[in-house]
Design a protein around this ligand. Structure first.
Ligand SMILES: [Ca+2]
Ligand SMILES: [Ca+2]
Length: 375
């Protein structure tokens, strides 16, 4: 295990910015964006502007409506847009909107519906994105947060009305930290004067995420819990290099079980988890892949997987099969319903690896069994 890679990740908090120019930015070729649904409405929004300098309506940015045609209100607060008008007149040229989620999401794209007018609101000079990811400390309500460097690549910008420019950004960030639960968007007001110092404004923010991870804390209210009070059996482990099987369920996502560094046969790439008794509500599994994006940090991460369950350790039922991406963090396997099981077996049908080390190891930072406690 490479602790150094982890340190780099935690320390890589520098923010990467992009420059926005609505009229001259070429539209980049669409890459493999995974477009999902807008999750912004699930977020609680906060702003960096102090209360006495706040302008217009913060809640408007994620109410699901972009209402530029109705935005021309003379005087008073604009109920359809948020701006930083007063703050800019007070000399603050940038503002941050933070979106806090109570779940993990994989976020691919952000769409900003910028408010522009002939008075003060103008397109920002610069937009920056910053993610606050976290490694879940399983079995406690704590998380270990760290900032993720996110580059927002402007895909397109277009006037959709006289007072609204729609800017679409692809978010690019280290795949080893896909557990995003907050997103900060900082905009820098343009230089120069209109009638007043230029401010920035937004009618709406869309945050496009395609797959929810599992909840930040124990989701009793949503009906599922994840447990790690099992005994794990493996065919191979490497205690010498810090890959003991006991680290599979120590609640620390930065320690891991790893098969022998000498490699292991395909038949030995498995782990069997024993819950100690038959449970009737076994419904899924969380697999947390080892962290890090450096050379060798993906060794043993499971790609194609099979999950089987058993009540007696002899007769096995295939509960799920699929393939996980070569990224750190939590992967889910859902069994499609409640199964009775005492034993849960995860097999790495294929595993990732660097420089010829694919299919030589199996590793896991943590594995949890998901129980349905809804009923
Ligand atoms: Ca709105
Ligand atoms: Ca661990």
């Amino acid at each position: 295990m490479k602790k150094s890679a982890l340190k780099c990740m935690v320390l890589s908090a520098l923010v990467t910015g992009v420059t926005v120019s609505a009229f001259s930015v070429p539209t980049l070729a669409a890459s493999d964006i995974r477009v999902g649904s807008n999750i912004a409405q699930y977020a609680t929004v906060r702003q960096s502007v102090e209360s006495k300098l706040q302008s217009d309506t913060l809640e408007a940015v994620n109410d699901g409506l972009c209402s530029p045609a109705r935005a021309h209100v003379s005087g008073g607060e604009n109920p359809y847009a948020w701006t930083n008008y007063k703050a800019v007149q007070n000399g603050e040229k940038s503002a941050t909107l933070g979106f806090n989620f109570d779940q993990f999401y994989y976020v691919d794209e952000v769409v900003l519906y910028q408010f522009v007018d002939s008075y003060s609101a103008d397109l920002p000079d610069r937009v920056e994105f910053r993610g606050n990811a976290a490694v879940p400390q399983l079995h406690s309500k704590d998380v270990l947060p760290f900032y993720v460097d996110i580059t927002g690549r402007l895909q397109s910008s277009e006037y959709i009305s006289e007072t609204c420019v729609k800017c679409t950004y692809e978010l690019i960030y280290d795949g080893s930290a896909p557990l995003l639960f907050s997103l900060d968007i900082t905009e820098y007001a343009a230089e120069g004067q209109k009638q007043k110092d230029k401010c920035i404004g937004l009618y709406e923010v869309e945050i496009i995420g395609d797959r929810a991870g599992y909840p930040l804390t124990y989701p009793y209210e949503s009906g599922f819990i994840s447990v790690n009070n099992y005994t794990a059996t493996v065919a191979s482990e490497d205690s010498e290099h810090g890959g003991s099987v006991a680290l599979l369920n120590d609640g620390d996502a930065f320690t891991m079980w790893h098969t022998s560094w000498n490699g292991c046969d395909a038949k030995d790439r498995y782990v069997i988890l024993d819950l100690g008794e038959v449970r009737s509500n076994v419904t899924g599994l969380n697999y947390i892949g080892r962290f890090g994006a450096g050379d060798g940090d993906n060794n043993g991460r499971v790609g194609a997987y099979r999950v089987e369950v058993s009540t007696d350790g002899v007769n096995w039922l295939v509960a799920d099969e699929g393939e996980w991406e070569d990224t750190a963090g939590t992967k889910n396997s859902w069994f499609g319903g409640n199964l009775s099981a005492r034993y849960v077996k995860l097999t790495g049908l294929s595993t990732y690896g660097s420089r010829g080390n694919a299919n030589k190891f199996m590793s896991a930072a943590e594995i949890d069994i998901i129980l349905n406690v809804k009923n």
